[in-house]
Design a protein around this ligand. Structure first.
Ligand code: ADP
Ligand code: MG
Length: 725
């Protein structure tokens, strides 16, 4: 994927992305450097260029005297070069002094420069320079100004600055866009009735043509704030177009899916699901009953389910998956359950065996287990049971989607922590054979503890059905969260001593140090030693000395398994771990979670980690240790994350804040979204426009299908395939 260099600096995700195929073929066709760069940005057709809207504007319409300049002003000045030299200290730089027209002097400074700069700034030459004026005791300075010819007439309008990439000069891009605006077909695809319904619409709506003409070359008298913050009606028009394209693509994806066949999965009233439910040691919560009913209804339809089950950590998603599996199995089909980590898969396997195997045994069927690390012989045995259909349920990691795995008839695929998987992996599970032979697709249930904020659910995930577990099982006590500076570590150790002496268990999470797994391991090992020393001589509720375990990613799977099992059984009082415990692990007796260097974790990760405690009836505490580091300060966004953790325990609120802190691009993660993100619209501020697009997309398909198609082609061009996953 190409990324526009200047766009990455902007707050919005305005960098266009293109399929790599475009750039791969570009070299072979004898294109010039700038042409290749255009391709890399996905700017192939005239319409692509016409929709490549400026990041910002520069005002070159008049030359300013220094007399009325203020610090920080954007200004175009003109003058004669008095001196120009390369200085080496404090850094190599080109420094020129101008005698400015209208009086005063201005220093121009370039930290990267080329011979062309030196030629333009030869002593005695006349130049125009545009940039942000900085005024200090030493007079005015422009750092990295844009140099303009003093002979050209001043433009009448604001000068657009486009998102660009290496090898693509603004001047080239400007000319290409101007040409494209003449060539592109900009006839309307949005019906007048829809335009009249636009939020805040008053008077006659902007045509697409007028909106683009304006955005590329705005009148210098146009209100700059409305242009910069994208609230100007021309911006609104463009965002509405973009959001409509997104919704149209989603409506189309849904229609395509509705045209597919899936097995009808239905269980009799006294079937497996009913028997499983009565065998459970707890009653389902109201929310669980509701979402199970939603899933059961989907499974009974002959079109594939495509449903996301979202529920906060600890809300009880696993048992919902087990009930869905029971429906599939009762109907004579197989179910696959895939989890992102071995520990989690292992835990699911344990639960499924406990819950389902007694019921399956009578049918001569079983639960199979697949991971990358299992012994060959065991794996072979599992594979043949799966192929023969004897394995009613297959639980595992990514191993479940590997080629050698053939299902006899896969009816339902469940993906836990779905955001951890890429689009390709989700597709692979859907396309697992057995079902495909019969011209059918399995039903798909995705589960996530990271709820999708409303606006994202309405836009990027609009073709997905969503079930929400908005109720925790009874008897959970709220978790108290505290943020502590690193120097208060002794207090933390004291608290751990108290907890373990009462027979409670403690998690201590060390951060993953991305640059170095070895360093990461050393930190975790040191912490482990420190805790073992601090707890020396402390006995647990059973009178025996307490033990501290260490879990990290370098351990062999069997060792990890043994350590987790020891912690789950209560034989280890404290578990020091890197983030391997992040997802899904369930040990109700753990009541204290310590997260070291909490400032390095993402918000949803912190929330997931915290969700490991508070699973039983005992009051639980989460301590977030932070250290300010060399700068002596924790970054603003880290502070916001820690604050959010203290202020709320609600996963939805956490997700909303996470989206606000990170923006949708990062929130989704490139590998997870697959879909091109919005370039212009902003999920935070443009909710009314999203709602408008949602209302109109289905109507447009229905009433004006070929206009809808044209709209999609215009906006998404060759990128459409990306949306289908
Ligand atoms: P998550 O939604 O985070 O995956 P789990 O499925 O791991 O949550 O459930 C968390 C814990 O709650 C498990 O120990 C599970 O057995 C238990 N649980 C699930 N549903 C209920 C319920 N209705 N009543 C009591 N405990 C429940
Ligand atoms: Mg879970």
């Amino acid at each position: 994927m190409a990324r526009a260099t200047s766009a990455t600096r902007s707050r919005r995700p305005s960098a266009p992305t293109v399929p790599d195929a475009a750039s791969a073929s570009a070299g072979r066709e004898g294109l010039s450097g700038p042409q290749r760069a255009l391709r890399r940005l996905g700017l192939v057709r005239p319409i692509d260029l016409a929709l490549h809207v400026p990041l910002r504007y520069e005002d070159w319409t008049r030359v300013r005297p220094l007399a009325d300049a203020r610090d920080g002003d954007e200004a175009l000045i003109e003058g004669e070069v008095l001196a120009c030299e390369v200085q080496l200290r404090p850094r190599r730089q080109l420094v020129a002094t101008l005698a400015v027209v209208g009086g005063g002097r201005c220093t121009l400074r370039f930290f990267t420069f080329y011979p062309s700069h030196q030629r333009a700034l030869a002593v005695g030459a006349r130049v125009r320079a545009h940039g942000e004026l900085r005024g200090g005791w030493a007079g005015w300075t422009l750092v990295h100004p844009r140099l303009l010819s003093p002979d050209a007439p001043l433009p009448a309008g604001l000068t657009p600055v486009y998102p660009t990439t290496a090898g693509l000069p603004q001047s080239y891009l400007r000319a290409a866009v101007a040409r494209a605006l003449q060539q592109a077909d900009l006839t309307e695809t949005v019906p007048a009735e829809a335009l009249a319904d636009l939020p805040g619409a008053s008077g006659s709506p902007w045509t697409l043509q007028a909106a683009l003409a304006f955005l590329h070359h705005p009148d210098p008298r146009a209100p700059r704030p409305a242009l910069d913050d994208r609230t100007h009606p021309a911006w609104q028009r463009l965002k509405a177009e973009e959001l409509l394209a997104q919704q149209l693509a989603q409506v189309r994806a849904r229609r395509e899916r509705d045209a597919l066949r899936a097995p009808v999965l239905r269980a009799p009233d006294d079937g497996l699901p009913r028997r499983l439910q009565s065998a459970l040691p707890f009653a389902l919560t109201g929310a669980q009953r509701r979402v199970v009913a939603e899933i059961v209804a989907d499974l009974a339809r002959p079109t594939p389910m495509h449903r996301l089950l979202q529920g906060d950590v600890g809300s009880g998603k696993t048992v919902v998956a087990a009930l869905a599996a029971a429906v599939a199995v009762d109907a004579g089909w197989q179910c696959a359950l895939m989890a992102p980590t071995e520990i989690l898969a292992e835990q699911h396997f344990g639960k499924m065996v406990q819950w389902l195997e007694p019921l399956l045994a009578r049918l001569g069927r079983c639960v199979a287990w697949l991971t990358g690390s299992q012994p060959r012989a065991q794996r072979q045995a599992m594979l043949s049971r799966i192929a023969a259909g004897e394995a009613a349920l297959v639980v595992g990691t990514h191993a479940v989607i590997q080629e050698q795995v053939t299902f006899e008839r896969l009816g339902l695929a469940v993906i836990d922590e779905q955001h951890r998987f890429g689009v390709a992996q989700r597709l692979a599970l859907r396309h697992k054979a057995g079902t495909a032979a019969a011209g059918m697709e399995p039903h798909l249930l995705m589960m996530s503890a990271t709820p999708i904020p409303r606006t994202l659910a309405m836009s990027v995930y609009a073709d997905l059905d969503v079930s929400t577990l908005d109720e925790l099982p009874p008897g959970r006590s709220p978790i108290v969260t505290k943020v502590l500076a690193e120097h208060r570590r002794p207090e933390v150790l004291e608290r751990i001593r108290q907890q373990v002496a009462q027979g409670r268990q403690v998690y201590w999470v060390c951060p993953l140090i991305e640059e170095s797994e070895a360093l990461d391991l050393r930190a975790a090992t040191a912490t482990h030693a420190e805790l073992a020393a601090a707890l020396h001589g402390v006995t647990g509720a059973d009178g025996r000395p307490v033990q501290v375990g260490l879990l990290h990613s370098r351990l062999l799977p069997a060792d990890k398994k043994a350590i987790m099992a020891a912690f789950a059984a209560g034989a280890l009082a404290v578990l020091v771990s890197t983030t391997v415990i992040e997802v899904g692990v369930d040990v109700p007796n753990a009541s204290l979670m310590v997260i070291e260097h909490a400032e390095r974790f993402g918000l949803s990760q912190l929330h997931q980690l915290r969700g490991r405690v508070g699973r039983g009836a005992v009051a639980s505490v989460c301590l977030l240790l932070y250290s300010p580091g060399e700068s002596g300060r924790v970054s603003e966004s880290a502070r916001e994350r820690l604050r959010a953790m203290v202020e709320t325990q609600d996963g939805f609120e956490i997700a909303r804040r996470d989206l606000a802190i990170r923006g949708p691009g990062e929130f989704l993660g490139a590998r997870q979204s697959g879909a091109p993100l919005l370039r212009f619209a902003d999920l935070q501020t443009d909710e009314p426009l999203i709602e408008w697009a949602r209302r109109w997309a289905p109507r447009l398909w229905q009433r004006h299908p070929e206009q809808a198609q044209r709209h999609l082609d215009r906006w998404l061009g060759g990128k459409l395939d990306y949306l289908k996953a």
